[in-house]
Design a protein around this ligand. Sequence first.
Ligand code: GLV
Ligand code: MN
Ligand code: MN
Length: 411
Amino acid sequence: MNKELMTKRIAENLEHLKQFTATPNKGCTRLPFTKEARQAADYLKTIMKEAGLEVKEDEAGNVFGFIYGSDTSLPCVMMGSHFDSVVNGGDYDGIAGVICAIEVARQLKNTNPKRTFVAAAFCDEEGMRFGTGYFGSGAILGNRTPEYCRTFTDKNDVSIYDAMLEYGLDPEKIENAKWKDNSIGYFIEAHIEQGPVLHAENTQIGLVDCIVGIDRYMVTVHGRSDHAGTTPMNMRLDAVDAATKVISKIADWARETDDGSVATVGYIKTIPGGMNIVAEACEFTVDIRSRNIENLEKISAKLHDALEHEVKAMGGSFDIQNKLAITPVNLDKSMLHMMEESCKNHNFSYRYMHSGAGHDALEIGQVIPTAMLFVPSKDGRSHCMVEHTEYSHFGNAALIMTELAEKLTSN
Ligand code: GLV
Ligand code: MN
Ligand code: MN
């Protein structure tokens, strides 16, 4: 294996993919079922073919590249990540793991694997557009239905269903994206850390032993629009007043757990949104994460109680839509151990760590033995355009993952 050559190819592909953004010079904005997603998917297909993989796009918009093993009756080894991004995000979140998987496939081609190896590029991991998440990885497990696609909409009220149609997919066929039970033996994913630990410690590889669980909500508080000057304070139904009373408590509920649980209100919208209008409605998102499922439940319960209380006091009403509920997952110890051995053999510094970010490995790890590795993010910055990782780290990741995949595909 020539790590320098692997690194060079990974760098070239990631540089090429940088152009597929809706916000040139303002980071990567590659939302699902958009022109930029289509351009990236098409490019991935091209480089998969060039690497000698057999290529398939499924009914969920995922792209797969296959290296067939000598015994196709055995459950395959799948490696991948996602090719969508957040708004104004970095150039490596997700897509670097896809490019590493294609590089691993290229290496495996020469080893006559017994099991089939599949490089996977998943559609809509972030949930940025529809507030959901893990769309493509959920679809391969059979967790997505036409009804699901109709239920969730973006900020312009476009449903997943309609966005898929526009992209050239048939949402009525989404269930065909499910892989047969026991057809995937192992899932492995390489990703940037997106946090500060590895960079601060100057550690090359993170071996991920646990990924947090996540609950996501879209809340709408309904009040009544009125004149901001003439409506006395005790005669108004101010949606923003009630909503912000709830919002102001959410971060503290997470802090009170004192175990690393986090809660974020990342989006707030007032309707109609005028300086001199009492708001008729206020929408906001809540994203709660914890390694401890009881904390997810506790914070969610507090959110519901506070909404009941504050909205009743205001005199309006509220809707709350659960967009994602996924439990924390422990990753596969024996695969982590194999990666640890590789790190030792190559003299890579490494540590075990948990992931506060969600990943396709979180969805898939619920049901299939899964392992993940991280490489450092400069200053821990991510989900912003300054996100950066040196290409040499992706070469390290591809090397460790190739050795793991060789072991997994050989028996
Ligand atoms: C995805 O990166 C997430 O953790 O939300
Ligand atoms: Mn990611
Ligand atoms: Mn992300």
